[in-house]
Design a protein around this ligand. Structure first.
Ligand code: XLS
Ligand code: NI
Ligand code: NI
Length: 449
C-alpha cells in the first residue's frame, strides 16, 4: 500500500503548459545534455532533516507541517522506523537517487552514547534494507554536533574536554555508518564551531583542537577502510556570531594551515554564500580554483531577509551560474551532488508540498543546466574572457606569466608610454550587454528545450 497519497512524478515537458505542479517540465532524468545524462550532472539528494523532520516552525510560531506519519506512533522509535519507509517511497516517487542525513535526524537519543548508538543502529538496519530494495544511494551522512545542549559551546572546539570526547565517540560511530551504507562523501558542518564572543575565547587553541579532530577522523576512516570523500561545509554565522569555516577561502586557508588540504574538500551552500557576503558562484569558483570543489547544498536565501532560510532554489539566474561552473569543471566534484538543504515555506504546509518544492528545485536546476550547456556550446564566456586577458598571451604579458619579467624590465617597457596609450590599453566591459546576453540565452535555451 502506498504511504504517500501521490503518484510517481512524471516528466510532462511542455505538454501540460507552463504551470508548475506535480510534474517536471525540464528535468528529464535520462536526457543527454553536454555528453551526460541530466541525472548524472545533477545527482539530486533529499535532506532528511528538512523533509522528514522539519515541522515548519519559526521563532514566532509552532510547526504548521501536515505529515502522513503524524499522530500515528506513540513510541518515537516506531515513528523513526516508519519514517524510513516514508522516506524511501518519497525518493522513489520523486526520482531522487541520493539522500543525506545527520545521525540525530533518523533516531532518538538515549541517555548514554551507547544507548543512542543502539537506537541509531536499528534505524540504519532499516535504511540499509531500503537502499538495497530501491537502489537509492547515500550522497553523504554527517553528525549533529550542535543540537543537544551539551554542544552549547561547540563540539571539537568546546572548551570542555568531556564534550570533545563525546563528539569524537559520536563521530566514530557515524563513520562506521558511512562505511556500512557506502556513503560517497562525509560532511562536517561546524554548527557551533566558532564563537559568540572573542573575550572568552582562545581562538587558536580551539582551531587546533578542531584540526586535530579532523585528523583523528581521517585516521579512523583509513583504519576501517572508509573511502568517502571528507567535506567541510563553510558557513559565515548562525548559530554562532562567527563560524571558523566562514567561507570557502577561510576554510581553504584552514585546510592548508593544518595539513588537511589533501584529505578534505568543500560542500558549498547557496544561502551560506550569501551570509558570507558572496554569491554562490563566487564560492564555487573559489573552491574550483583551489581544486577542492566537493559537493553542493542546493538552496537559496532571500534578498530581504538576512538569515539561513534554506529556500528551495527557484532563482534561474543562480542555477545557471552554478551549472555553468559545474559544466566548466566537468562534474560537481569527484562524488558530488546537489543536496536540497531546503525546506518549503511555513505557508506551504501540505505533505504534497514536499514533492512540489523538490520538483521546483529540480526543474530550476535542470533548466539551469540547459541554459549553461548552451552558453558552453557557443563558448560565450570562454570567448569573452579569452579576449579580455589576451594581452598576456604574447609580448610583455607573456613575460609576466612565464616569470621572466622583473620590476626593472616592466619599468623599462612602460616608463615612457603616454597616458593616452595606457587608457587605450583598457577596454569597456559593456557589462550590461553581457548580463542581457545571459538573459537572452535563458529565454532561447528554454524555448528550444
Ligand atoms: C546548516 C547546514 C546543515 C548542513 C549539515 O546551516 O547547512 O544543514 O548542511 O549539517
Ligand atoms: Ni547545508
Ligand atoms: Ni545551511
Amino acid at each position: 500500500m502506498a504511504l504517500w497519497d501521490i503518484d510517481k512524478i512524471p516528466f510532462v515537458g511542455k505538454e501540460k503548459g507552463l504551470q508548475q505542479g506535480l510534474g517536471f517540465h525540464y528535468y528529464d532524468a535520462d536526457r543527454v545534455v553536454a555528453g551526460k545524462k541530466m541525472k548524472d550532472w545533477l545527482r539530486f539528494g533529499v535532506a532528511w532533516w528538512h523533509t522528514f523532520d522539519q515541522e515548519l516552525v519559526d521563532p514566532f510560531g509552532v510547526g504548521t507541517a501536515q505529515r502522513p506519519w503524524q499522530g500515528k506512533y506513540s513510541d518515537p522509535m516506531d515513528e523513526a522506523l516508519a519514517k524510513v519507509d516514508y522516506a524511501f517511497e518519497f525518493f522513489t516517487k520523486l526520482g531522487a537517487e541520493y539522500f543525506c542525513f545527520h545521525d540525530r535526524d533518523i533516531a532518538p537519543e538515549g541517555d548514554t552514547l551507547r544507548e543512542t548508538n543502539a537506537n541509531l543502529d536499528k534505524v540504519v538496519d532499516r535504511i540499509e534494507e531500503n537502499m538495497k530494495s530501491t537502489g537509492v544511494k547515500l550522497l553523504w551522512n554527517t553528525s549533529s554536533l550542535f543540537t543537544n545542549p551539551r554542544f552549547v559551546a561547540g563540539a571539537s572546539t568546546s572548551p570542555y574536554a568531556d564534550i570533545y570526547a563525546y563528539s569524537a565517540g559520536q563521530l566514530k560511530h557515524s563513520l562506521e555508518i558511512a562505511k556500512r551504507l557506502g556513503a560517497e562523501n562525509y560532511v562536517f558542518w561546524g554548527g557551533r564551531e566558532g564563537y559568540e564572543n572573542l573575550w572568552n575565547t582562545q581562538m587558536k587553541r580551539e582551531q587546533e583542537h578542531m584540526a586535530r579532530f579532523f585528523h583523528m577522523c581521517h585516521d579512523y576512516a583509513k583504519e576501517i577502510g572508509l573511502d568517502a570523500q571528507f567535506l567541510i561545509e563553510p558557513k559565515a554565522k548562525e548559530p554562532t556570531t562567527h563560524q571558523y569555516d566562514f567561507d570557502a577561502a577561510t576554510a581553504i586557508a584552514f585546510l592548508r594551515g593544518y595539513d588537511l588540504i589533501d584529505i578534505m574538500k568543500l560542500n558549498l551552500e547557496g544561502n551560506h554564500a550569501n551570509l558570507a557576503g558572496h554569491t554562490y558562484q563566487h564560492e564555487i569558483r573559489t573552491a574550483r580554483d583551489a581544486g577542492v570543489l566537493g559537493s553542493l547544498d542546493a538552496n537559496q536565501g532571500d534578498k530581504l531577509l538576512g538569515w539561513d532560510l534554506d529556500e528551495f532554489p527557484t532563482d534561474l539566474m543562480e542555477t545557471v551560474s552554478v551549472m555553468w561552473e559545474v559544466l566548466d569543471e566537468g562534474q560537481i566534484g569527484p562524488h558530488g551532488g546537489l543536496n536540497f538543504d531546503a525546506k518549503p515555506r511555513r505557508s506551504s504546509f501540505y505533505a504534497e508540498d514536499l514533492f512540489r518544492s523538490h520538483i521546483a528545485g529540480m526543474d530550476t536546476y535542470a533548466a539551469g543546466l540547459l541554459v549553461a550547456a548552451k552558453l558552453h556550446e557557443d563558448k560565450v564566456i570562454e570567448n569573452l574572457t579569452a579576449d579580455r586577458y589576451s594581452s598576456y598571451d604574447s609580448g610583455i604579458g607573456a613575460t609576466i606569466e612565464n616569470g621572466t619579467a622583473t620590476l626593472a624590465t616592466l619599468e623599462e617597457y612602460i616608463l615612457d608610454k603616454p597616458q593616452s596609450e595606457l587608457i587605450a590599453a583598457t577596454r569597456s566591459d559593456h557589462l550590461e550587454c553581457v548580463k542581457v546576453t545571459l538573459n537572452n540565452y535563458m529565454i532561447e535555451a528554454l524555448a528550444e528545450a
